[in-house]
Write a protein that binds this ligand. Structure first.
Ligand code: ZN
Length: 128
């Protein structure tokens, strides 16, 4: 099972990210944690002039568990394992960021993450 200590690590350099705040999860009790890479040697790290690097989001339920969002390999027949995980992570990230942004613009306090739409997008990328 994934822990927050593992999930907060940068997807590229594996260094723990710096907490950037949280958002409520809309469809379940819990939070979305926002982390930023602070490792200047990482390609997600801060560029010269930036005070932080790229951010990523981690869902955590109210009981402290991190939902496992990876699908089985059979869902991605035309991609290598590395490509699959990268495509999925990128799509999850974009989707959650869009949802957070939309919720913020709409003045809502909750965020809905449409996991079915995410997996549909991944299948489309996989050419399925
Ligand atoms: Zn990093």
């Amino acid at each position: 099972m994934t822990t927050l200590e593992e999930a907060r690590r940068c997807p590229h350099c594996k260094q723990p990210g710096a907490p950037q705040g949280t958002r409520p999860l809309g469809n379940r009790d819990g939070h979305i944690h926002i982390f930023a890479c602070m490792n200047t040697r990482c390609r997600w790290g801060p560029q010269p002039g930036d005070d932080r690097g790229e951010t990523w989001l981690v869902q955590q339920l109210a009981d402290g568990t991190i939902p496992e969002r990876h699908k089985g390999e059979k869902d991605f027949p035309s991609l290598s394992p590395d490509q699959k995980s990268m495509a999925q992570r990128t799509l999850e990230q974009i989707r959650i960021e869009e949802e957070v942004e939309r919720a913020g613009l709409a003045g809502k306090t909750s965020v809905e993450v449409d996991e079915q739409a995410i997996s549909d997008d991944i299948r489309r990328i996989a050419g399925d």
